[in-house]
Design a protein around this ligand. Sequence first.
Ligand SMILES: [Zn+2]
Length: 617
Amino acid sequence: MKRALFYFLGVFSGIASLLGQSHPGYWQQEVDYSMEVDMDVKTYQYTGTQKLVYTNNSPDVLDRVFYHLYFNAFQPGSEMDARLQSIKDPDGRMMEDGKSRIASLTESEMGYLHATSLTQDGASVKFNEEGTILVVDLATPIQPGGKTSLDMEFKGQVPLQIRRSGRNSKEGVALSMSQWYPKLSEYDVEGWHANPYIAREFHGVWGNFDLKLTIDKNYTVGGSGYLQNPQEVGHGYEAPGTEVKTKGKTLTWHFVAPNVHDFMWAADPEYIHDVVDMEDGPTLHFLYKNDPEIQENWKKLQPKTEETMRFFSRNIGKYPYDQYTVVQGGDGGMEYAMSTLITGNRQFPSLVGVMVHEMAHSWFQHVLATNESKYEWMDEGFTTFISSLCMNEVMDQNQDNPFGRSYQSYYALVESGLELPQTTHADRYATNFAYGVAAYSKGSIFLSQLGYIIGQEKLMESIKKYFEDFKFKHPVPNDIKRTAEKVSGIQLDWYLTDWTQTTNTIDYAIKSVESSGNSTKVVLERIGLMPMPLDILIVGKDGSNETYYVPLQMMRGEKENPYPQFERTVAKDWAWAHPTYELVLDRPLDSIEAIAIDPSQLMADVDKQNNVFQVAE
Ligand SMILES: [Zn+2]
């Protein structure tokens, strides 16, 4: 296809966010955790106490609660193990010689997390472990608006690192501690979300965390939360130029994380710890192995992290914490509150790429906390979208269409016949391939294509308003749709429904072009089920360009001209059910060189062959 026919218009500039609006009827639960934990770095076993003050803001009386005990997934015979052994395309990181790595864990290598005692306001309660979920029958039901205190003692063992968290990662990081504590399940308007840990699902309760962690004094610790006692622990947290003297074999690190829904920490005796105080933003911490192979990249990563922080704050909304920490650990990249765990032994562009992606999750997951199990496309997809824009700028990629890869992946999924609707629960996709493309690529296209539908400026305005209105909440799909509707004045229910709840595809075609005296008759055809408005580019023999816009009737509105440098004619509405549409161009056919549907290529048309009509000589 002729490249000259396609234009990507990068109008992704900032527009002031609209005022936030309240959401009458919305409620969310609250947790306040105080934990004291002792970690034995030789056995990788830990014990802890947890005082959890739970506030029931729901209109319902709760007589049970549920906790996640994620580390129990890393045991032979767990649901995670069973799924790994039965899915067609298991995650390569979790396999060795074609076999599940979980299946071969020994007693001392596997993970576990058990409650050893639990009381509610001093009274003992009945609790029962079911795999990765602890089911608790409360002694006293919690009334709407009521608060209760749940006091637990627990013991755990950190599994050999299989997926995300664990000990002794491939890069030699001692402790990557995510999903490590007994974590209360979220209860929201949809009910309980006590999902077993099978592959991927995190949905947490908003609250405040206070952690006192006692660990071998040679280990440097970092992750979520502000350190409260830097002058007692040092390790690069102390005030510059001061000296910290410690006694004994262990140190107790005191962290506080306000208004988060998760808490990660990592520790290693060989971490280098760099601190960057951003003039106009948070303090950045970098923890990475003292390994000469990676040091240069990790130094170069630091100014890129600053640029990225600025990019997201400018384009989505101000980063709301005073600290962000990039930690080498885990098995790829994973986002956590105020921090990320990424693998560190990478080529520089890949190191920046993973940092950018995970930091974007600070907005699309750790502030806009969608339920990842059910709406994975809203956090992975939106993150992919904004990361693609950010990489284009931060890494000077200057791509015409920074979302090109997402579209290619989506087309490949459609072609494969393996696609499932985005409403599928993250664990229930038949293949990891279909999950990955639906969540990351099709989720990213949800936004880039929304830009095609309502206009790029309205899209970026919608993202900012979405952040303002839903930060520190649990937004659901309807919230992004309603936000875009309010910003654009265009009705979008059809878009949310078809794109996220079905596997309907978009295929529009130029069916025929005929001369009709001094005008030209173009017959357009809708082959796919999914509706779309159309931008049509007409390239003249004299090199001129003009566009036609065919509005989709059910949108009840039109976007602004996306190509203000060209003259645009707004044609009559196309009502979806009609398979064809006649567009009459007020010019003779012999003045036209070519006609093309959607020169931006932001509309995910699965068959591009029929989008262009070249007029014969
Ligand atoms: Zn992600």
